[in-house]
Design a protein around this ligand. Structure first.
Ligand SMILES: [Zn+2]
Ligand SMILES: [Zn+2]
Length: 360
């Protein structure tokens, strides 16, 4: 995979940003366009970032369904998994210097609602998010509150650094499951999120078994350290899982969003189920008494902005090798190709790098 080295002609270092930029704009249900937009104005607490790379996430695909599977503000610049370099700072922006390379925690809580005050900012009643309700990182430039930006080392390749945000969400799920070294996990789904769970759990001393219908993704799961990856559509899959998990899994991760009824019977008594994938249409037929009788704990898991600093440290440490998760690094102009490849399951994670030549 191509390493991206980013130099912006006529922008950094030192000079002012140009007045206009290319950006991927959400143009209403099912539509995104690459358009010229003004470089965003700097708020008092903001920094202006020259974007190095921005991942495309399942949430972006949901936003672009018609009707939308996830809300977003029409006209907004998409992209919430961004890495950039500080080019300018608002008068009240603290803690960063020009030229710092940062990962961005994209969810912006209000700070004053009852859930913010309860210490649960990801459940803020007025939660905003870069790339969803406010302009995001699928653009040459983006502004973000300085408090949402976390320095990341230069040695981390852009494609890997762009995984900091999804990794932070996965760390929030892993934290809730509290894995112990020597345990066995069953991970349902080996998209980017399932694969990140495999990487983190394995680094935590947990053996991972994966269930995934796409062969290329099963191969990736094994490359990231899963002890086995089972095709649920293959003859004998259930017997294979019985053999791999004779006592049931200590923890099961649903990285799909619709697998609760699969997860519960595979969970050992007093085991944990992490519900990570999001599908508002999914309805699960589970026998409630199984949960009661086996004292199974269900753990919902949403975003993890508080875990971005740890995600950055983990990527810098080299303790997890997550580079294989990024299938492609493409210029911004290839967004339509990227969406097609992701929808068809031909790619796991695609990162767009606005500074790459459009012909790359
Ligand atoms: Zn995302
Ligand atoms: Zn709030």
């Amino acid at each position: 995979m191509a390493r991206v080295s980013v130099t912006k002609v006529g922008a950094l270092p030192g000079g002012p940003p140009p007045p206009a930029m290319r950006a991927a704009v959400f143009a209403g249900p099912g539509r995104v366009v690459i358009a010229q937009r003004p470089v965003p104005a700097l708020g008092d607490d903001d920094v202006l970032l020259a974007v190095d790379g921005c991942g495309i996430c399942g949430t972006d695909l949901h936003i672009l369904e018609d009707p939308p599977g996830h809300p977003a503000t029409p006209g907004v610049v998409l992209g919430h998994e961004m890495i950039g370099r500080v080019a300018a700072r608002g008068p009240a922006a603290r803690g960063l210097s020009d030229g710092d390379r940062v990962a961005v925690a994209p969810n912006l809580p209000c700070g004053w609602c009852r859930f913010c005050k309860l210490g649960a900012p990801s459940h803020c009643e007025h939660l905003s998010a870069l790339g969803i309700f406010r302009d995001g990182g699928l653009a040459e430039w983006v502004t973000a509150p300085a408090s949402a930006c976390h320095r990341i080392g230069e040695a981390v390749p852009t494609a890997v650094a762009a995984l900091a945000e999804p990794l932070s969400c996965v760390l929030n799920g892993v934290d809730q499951a509290q894995p112990l070294a020597g345990e066995v996990a069953l991970v349902l789904g080996a998209g980017a999120i399932g694969l990140l769970f495999v990487a983190v759990l394995r680094a935590s001393g947990v053996r991972c078994v994966v269930v995934e219908p796409v062969a290329a993704r099963r191969a990736l799961a094994e490359r990231l350290g899963a002890v086995a990856a089972v095709d649920p559509e293959a003859v004998g899959a259930e017997a294979d899982l019985d053999g791999l998990l004779p006592e049931g899994a200590d923890l099961v991760v649903d990285a799909v969003g619709s697998q609760l009824a699969v997860a519960v019977p595979r969970t050992r008594p007093r085991g944990r189920v992490v519900l990570f994938g999001m599908d508002s249409r999914a309805r699960a037929a589970v026998t409630q008494n199984d949960l009661t009788r086996h004292e199974i704990r269900l753990l919902g898991s949403y975003v993890g902005d508080h875990a971005v600093p740890r995600a950055v440290r983990l990527l810098e440490s080299g303790l997890v090798d997550v580079e294989p998760i990024v299938s492609r690094v493409w210029p911004l102009e290839r967004l339509p190709d990227a969406l097609t490849a992701l929808r068809a399951g031909r790619a796991v994670k695609i990162v767009l790098a606005p500074a790459l030549n459009p012909g790359a």
